[in-house]
Design a protein around this ligand. Structure first.
Ligand code: F2R
Ligand code: MG
Ligand code: MG
Length: 367
């Protein structure tokens, strides 16, 4: 049987692309802000109803409440966007300073402990070698956290038409804090997923299986690079085809008809944790599963369904919803995101401005 084609757009109208830039960064923000109150929670069947009501309220234009605040996911994404818009060439010393300054300005945004250590070392060593502190963490193993992946969206957008540069810049930007191969390749997988979503026609339905196969094909090349440089005699520590194996699991789960108990299997087989390995494939699964109806989520809106589903899995909710939201927003664009929901988030207006600045930096002011 032939695999259905993924409907991508070779040439995209400027207005559509601009809308996708906005949708992606706004999607990331909404996932972070609305997912953060549930971070670390285990979600029961009953809690899913609470989460349904929570998003119903957030979408209600008459609902007024204090902003849902953003966390480290957005704080670091802001720096990545600025790194791309403010300098003509990638300057990693500049990016590391932006991360550090942002952290010391507002340290209580829920950062991971390893990155905090890296920021202190960067500052104490006066940014002498910006890649060294991260490479020394965890006795040289480096962090495998999802911090590289959660902030990668601006890079995927900016280099949406230059795949090689996207991988290079995403990899280096991650290595300022995370050098473990699982942390780096997790960020690359998230970047590849966003870039692919940007290319997809927002007016045509994505075939989840095809999308997954395409990601698999690309991860095979990315993970092969690691294999080539490794000593082939060395024992495989389980990282060589890690993301390819996870994408196989995603594909298998997508073939299953959704029922209310499937979530337990998703959590067991894909994970919902703080490591990139246990969260990036999960976010991709959330996006692809939510393209179709999910019995306990009452909405016709694919974007909302994506983030609500991600939060319903519990665990690292802000980050999984942030990454799933970025992919969904990159596919659908800002037009498909409920404005009342977006307005509940701290930094809503600024994120749209950030997306527009990134678009202009990339495409030029007249576009
Ligand atoms: N940190 C959190 N949540 C914790 C609670 C926050 C609380 N609500 C609050 O407000 O204080 N969330 C954020 O962290 C995740 C991104 O983390 P990142 O940037 O990857 O950080 P880090 O520190 O590098 O890694 C996270 C932890 O993973 C473990 N780890 C990583 N590599 C390891 C290795 N090689 N060996 C052993 N352990 C390793 C460590 O425990 C790290 O601290 C996002 O969820 C974001 O929202
Ligand atoms: Mg966070
Ligand atoms: Mg998190």
């Amino acid at each position: 049987m032939s695999t259905p084609k993924l409907i991508t757009m070779a040439k995209m109208e400027a207005s559509v692309l601009k809308n996708k830039f906005r949708g992606c960064l706004l999607g990331s923000l909404i996932g972070d802000c609305t997912g953060a109150p549930f971070e670390g929670d285990t979600i029961s069947h009953g809690d899913r109803l609470v989460i349904q009501r929570y998003y119903d309220k957030l979408e209600d234009p008459t609902f007024t409440a204090p902003y849902k605040t953003y966390t480290d996911d957005t704080a670091m994404m802001k720096s990545v966007a600025k790194f791309l818009t403010d300098k003509p060439e990638p300057d990693y010393k500049f990016l590391s300073r932006l991360f550090v300054n942002e952290f010391f300005k507002e340290p209580r945004r829920g950062y991971g402990q390893n990155v905090i250590d890296v920021f202190h070392k960067l500052r104490n060593t006066k940014y002498e070698n910006v890649f060294k502190p991260a490479s020394e963490q965890f006795m040289g193993a480096g962090s495998y956290g999802n911090g590289g992946a959660m902030r990668v969206a601006p890079i995927a957008l900016y280099f949406h038409d230059n795949y090689k540069m996207m991988l290079e810049v995403a990899s280096n930007a991650t290595k300022l804090t995370h050098t473990n191969v699982l942390g780096v390749n997790g960020a690359l997988l998230q970047a590849v997923a966003i870039q692919l979503a940007v290319k997809c026609d927002p007016y045509a339905k994505i075939d989840p299986e095809r999308f997954c196969i395409e990601l698999f094909r690309r991860m095979r090349k990315i993970e092969r690079v690691e294999e080539d440089v490794d000593d082939m005699e060395e024992e495989d520590d389980g990282t060589r085809e890690a993301y390819q194996n996870k994408l196989r699991v995603v594909e298998n789960l997508l073939q299953r008809k959704h029922d209310n108990d499937l979530e337990e299997e998703v959590i067991m087989n894909l994970g919902n944790g703080i490591s990139a390995y246990e969260s990036v494939p999960t976010a991709i699964y959330c996006f692809l599963r939510a393209l179709n109806e999910i019995s306990y989520i009452q909405t016709d809106n694919v974007f909302r369904r994506t983030i609500q589903y991600a939060v319903s899995l519990g665990g690292d909710t802000d980050t999984i919803a942030c990454m799933a939201g970025a992919i969904a927003g990159a596919y659908l664009g800002e037009n498909c995101i409920n404005t009342s929901l977006a307005k509940q988030c701290e930094y809503y207006k600024e994120v749209l401005e950030m997306a527009d600045n990134l678009y202009v930096a990339k495409e030029g002011p007249g576009n």
